[in-house]
Design a binder for this molecule. Sequence first.
Ligand SMILES: *[C@@H]1O[C@H](CO)[C@@H](O)[C@H](O)[C@H]1NC(C)=O
Ligand SMILES: *[C@@H]1O[C@H](CO)[C@@H](O)[C@H](O)[C@H]1NC(C)=O
Ligand SMILES: *[C@@H]1O[C@H](CO)[C@@H](O)[C@H](O)[C@H]1NC(C)=O
Ligand SMILES: *[C@@H]1O[C@H](CO)[C@@H](O)[C@H](O)[C@H]1NC(C)=O
Ligand SMILES: *[C@@H]1O[C@H](CO)[C@@H](O)[C@H](O)[C@H]1NC(C)=O
Length: 647
Amino acid sequence: TGRTAVLLESVSFTLSSFCCEPFSCCDVMEFYCPPCETAMCKECTSGEHVEHPTVPLKDVVEQHKASLQAQLDAVKSRLPEIDLALQVLSEILQQLTNQKSSIEEDIHSTFDELQKTLNVRKSVLLMELEVNYGLKQKVLQAQLDTLLEGQESINSSCSFTEQALSHGSETEVLLVRKQMGERLSELASQEYPLHPQENDQLDMHIETEGLKKSIHNLGTIVTTNAVAYETVASGEGLRQCVVGHPTSITITTKDKDGELCKTGNASLTAEIFTPDGSVADGEILDNKNGTYEYLYTVPKEGNFVLSLRLYDQHIKGSPFKVKGTKSADISPSADSAKKRLKSPGSGHVKQKAIKRPASMYSSGKRKENPIEDDLIFRVGTKGRNKGEFTNLQGVAANSLGKILIADSNNQCVQIFSNDGQFKSRFGVRGRSPGQLQRPTGVAVHPSGDIIIADYDNKWVSIFSSDGKFKTKIGSGKLMGPKGVSVDRNGHIIVVDNKACCVFIFQPNGKIVTKFGSRGNGDKQFAGPHFAAVNHNNEIIITDFHNHSVKVFSAEGEFVLKFGSNGEGNGQFNAPTGVAVDSNGNIIVADWGNSRIQVFDGSGSFLSYINTSADPLYGPQGLALTSDGHVVVADSGNHCFKVYRYLQ
Ligand SMILES: *[C@@H]1O[C@H](CO)[C@@H](O)[C@H](O)[C@H]1NC(C)=O
Ligand SMILES: *[C@@H]1O[C@H](CO)[C@@H](O)[C@H](O)[C@H]1NC(C)=O
Ligand SMILES: *[C@@H]1O[C@H](CO)[C@@H](O)[C@H](O)[C@H]1NC(C)=O
Ligand SMILES: *[C@@H]1O[C@H](CO)[C@@H](O)[C@H](O)[C@H]1NC(C)=O
Ligand SMILES: *[C@@H]1O[C@H](CO)[C@@H](O)[C@H](O)[C@H]1NC(C)=O
């Protein structure tokens, strides 16, 4: 074949370039001398090459062919990885371009708005100047007119009298004497407004230095050169952790040359799971110097996989294998962990429960509960298809009999009917407006719009009820929005988990107010997760790391708080989802205790929802459906559950 010919040609080309030239006598080259790397005829094997081991040329060619083929295959096998890299690269390039144009738009609209504000202020000042000038000018002008009038009367009376005095006859003087005498004495005693009735002050105080300075520094382009394949993580938490205890890991971002990136704000995500799909909870703290802390807590013993991704790519060594164990020492939480095996309080809640065969739930369809607790049914398994979930977080319910689920690692929102039938889903993964990166919170606006908190995109997206993107709000303001809710004025309440504060927005994105900061004080949060609004328009926030629930007025004034760390009635081990029923009772998902508690409006413990038969595993979002059931995201089990709820 042609290929063999080429191979042979290349072989003979190689051969001819070595020391032992084939003799001209050789016409049928059948042998090969490896030391000389040359082909030759039969005669030559006993001549020039008699000392050399020779082999049939055919074998050598076969050997060369095989080795070249192997090399060919090895080279070809590199194509898929290059294809993949190209694909990733072009995605990054596309995202980068999208980001650029989106920021460009932001810059234009921000500065247009500023320009507008400036122009309005300019008009106001010009108008104020006009008004003040007008008022003063009127007073002064009136005074001027009066004085001029007086001056004119004096002039004319004087000149008339003088005329008479100098040119008039005696009879004329006598004639005007009486008349002019009276007039002159009147003028002499006339009061004139001699003191200025206004002043000339019209100044402007305008301090522009500070403003100019602010404008000079207005806005920053935030970026790093950090790349995943050079970025490293360190800490014992990469290998092991203690159940219920926060464990810390340090991540050091580096650029392509392995140099430390000295600025923060890199997009890091962490995910912890087990083969059966359980998740832990944690948060990433930006040290602002290129290093980051990841603090996480696992709710159960077992082997976990920890994925650390920078800009969607695994960092060096990720995923890590982490072993979660109960601590041996007698710390308060180890103590309570033992207690937990018994039932706290009223005697139920977190039993080890009857383990049902996994196959029972494997279809991703609605499953009835064959064992008597409050569970009506559950929907979903781990997966990426319709009705399947990967780390579902927020849930919402609308008045039209729908349940909405924020499926955070599938980058979508899935919609079900109240009875658990899959209806639709929407969401495309990405970092451009209209795309989702990590939807953790979902709420329904009275207008029907669907509001989604996107933790990793650091904004809140608003979609129409049929899943069409409308707008995004909070961009550049939010650091890590987790939960969303809507108050009675139609304002959007956003829990910024990372910034430890709560934002209230108008639907157009204007900030109404903002409250809270990091800490353990009343008006502070140690790890706020979800929000609900009661019929007094008060805002209820779960504080995961403070193990409490805090209630604020619509204006953000602290009203009350309840809960402490523990497993007794009314205690929490990291509260997450929250909802309010029509009587103002507060329903709270207790993540670490894997239970749901009910409180009255003042925070007194009322009861549990009985979840004992099919235990929850790290419940997240929680809502009340339009038919009065409680729906909860059972994150660790990658399903949502609907419970009976007696109000
Ligand atoms: C009045 O007389 C003075 C000086 O005699 C003159 O300067 C002034 O213009 C006159 N005013 C009027 C209103 O005629
Ligand atoms: C990160 O971004 C924020 C604004 O979102 C900015 O205030 C801060 O200075 C940035 N930090 C670093 C280290 O670049
Ligand atoms: C970065 O900041 C953290 C917290 O402030 C500090 O512990 C750490 O040493 C800093 N690292 C570097 C490399 O500067
Ligand atoms: C919860 O339901 C189980 C049945 O699955 C029952 O045995 C238990 O007593 C119930 N707990 C409470 C507190 O009602
Ligand atoms: C929660 O905050 C309170 C103060 O409001 C503080 O006393 C308590 O120690 C905090 N709890 C935890 C677990 O940090």
